[in-house]
Design a protein around this ligand. Structure first.
Ligand code: ATP
Length: 273
């Protein structure tokens, strides 16, 4: 069932990793060694709305500890893919295996318990709840003590700590995006999926969001990232897949795709270097 997308790799599949400096006291689990283990395996996934196939049998892997990105234009099927992985859309075909468990027959709650969370497009924080209450909501499936995790997310997002009791609806767009990511981290996922985290944000804030994505990854988190901002996504990603009208048409390391003429032409603008 694997799709016949074109691999643009010229040599191997390793690429120099852009790592952030990180802060004092942070671990660096990523550098302790990427296991090479495939954490998420999507094979022949199809998603249909009525008779319309939005995702037409795609296959890709997310290795543990890596950042993998799906890029593509509006309507290519990227969000539908993430929603199917987390059980918000039913797969019309194919398999989704996470850590050896088959997800397509599970409900969303069970999938979250298995270690996947989705930061949805458009942030969707609970606007009337405080920052703290939003973070607690992210951990609603957990019964254990949250204080260490709160401390951890507040160390990643000091601006949220300052706004602990502020209503989420009064935060800036960038702060809301940070809160959406922080909330997802509170469920202690093994893999976090982000749908267009840069959408609608000013360039300087987009940079901050990507810095945090790199930092979370440096601390060992596996990340599946959907983006229309191909430039930023490919710079951050170990591996990327290009989606067009429900199919994967190209794949390679982030760097290989960023250098690929078709990708440059279609997604990075002709002047992009
Ligand atoms: P975008 O970046 O605009 O969200 P995308 O690549 O994430 O694009 P999807 O949102 O997955 O693409 O949409 C893929 C196709 O499925 C589109 O043609 C879209 O109109 C259609 N689609 C998505 N959700 C639904 C739905 N709930 N009902 C019917 N069609 C849908």
């Amino acid at each position: 069932m694997s799709d016949k997308n074109k691999n643009v790799a010229s040599t191997g599949n390793t690429v120099g990793k852009v790592t952030s400096a990180g802060g004092p006291g942070f671990g660096n689990k990523r550098e302790e060694g990427l296991s090479g283990k495939v954490l998420l395996k999507v094979d022949g996934l199809k998603v249909s709305y009525g008779g319309i196939e939005a995702v037409r049998g795609i296959s890709f892997d997310v290795p543990e500890g890596e950042i993998v990105t799906l890029i593509g234009a509006n309507g290519a099927g990227k969000s539908s893919t993430l929603r199917a992985i987390v059980g918000l859309e039913k797969a019309a075909g194919g398999t989704i295996t996470f850590n050896g468990a088959e997800l397509t027959s599970m409900g969303t709650e069970q999938i979250v318990k298995n270690g996947i969370t989705l930061v949805p497009e458009g942030r969707r924080v609970f606007v009337n709840l405080s920052v703290y209450e939003n973070l607690r909501m992210g951990a609603y499936l957990r019964k254990d003590d949250l204080s260490a995790d709160l401390e951890w997310v507040y160390s990643l997002f000091p601006r949220l700590k300052e706004r602990h009791w502020q209503a989420a609806g009064t935060l800036s767009g960038g702060e809301q995006q940070m809160l959406a990511i922080a909330r997802a981290l509170m469920s202690r996922p093994q893999m976090i999926m982000m749908d267009e985290p840069s959408l609608g944000l000013a360039p300087i804030i987009v940079q901050e969001v990507f810095d945090i994505i790199r930092e979370i990854n440096r601390q060992g988190m596996t990340i599946l990232l959907v983006e229309q901002n191909a430039n930023m996504a490919l710079k951050a990603a170990d591996k990327g897949y290009v989606m067009e009208t429900g199919r994967i048409t190209l794949n390679g390391t982030g760097m290989e795709l960023a250098e690929n003429d078709e990708v440059k032409e279609a997604y990075l603008g002709k002047s992009h270097k």
